[in-house]
Design a binder for this molecule. Sequence first.
Ligand SMILES: [Zn+2]
Ligand SMILES: [Zn+2]
Length: 129
Amino acid sequence: MNTTTLALNPRPNPVSRALPVLLAMEDDAEDVGRLAPDDRLTCHVHGRWIHQCVASPLHVNPVTRHRWCRSCATALTVSVDELSGAVTMSCPRCGRGESAASTRLIAACRASLAAARGRSVTASRQSAA
Ligand SMILES: [Zn+2]
Ligand SMILES: [Zn+2]
């Protein structure tokens, strides 16, 4: 008997079971083309929620401009507030650096934050079925 009660749990690591399950689901969905890599809430490279590893240099991509300021040729700095759910990215040089890819990445991080807290994952997904 293992009921998950995550409400008001202040611990920084509230999820031990949902993550691997969702990770596998997203891998499958991505493989069959039903999920865009940008929309993933989990990271198959790091095996974590996307908001937990988005600050890694691996998530910087000058080609697609994920976390990349083209004007300054600089990686954007990520700030994730797990309490408030706020996710921001900005260029350490010009303070801006927005791109469509980064905006999408921020949206995925917000969704993964919410999912990690035990809220509905499906809320932010469009149901293709
Ligand atoms: Zn990652
Ligand atoms: Zn910049």
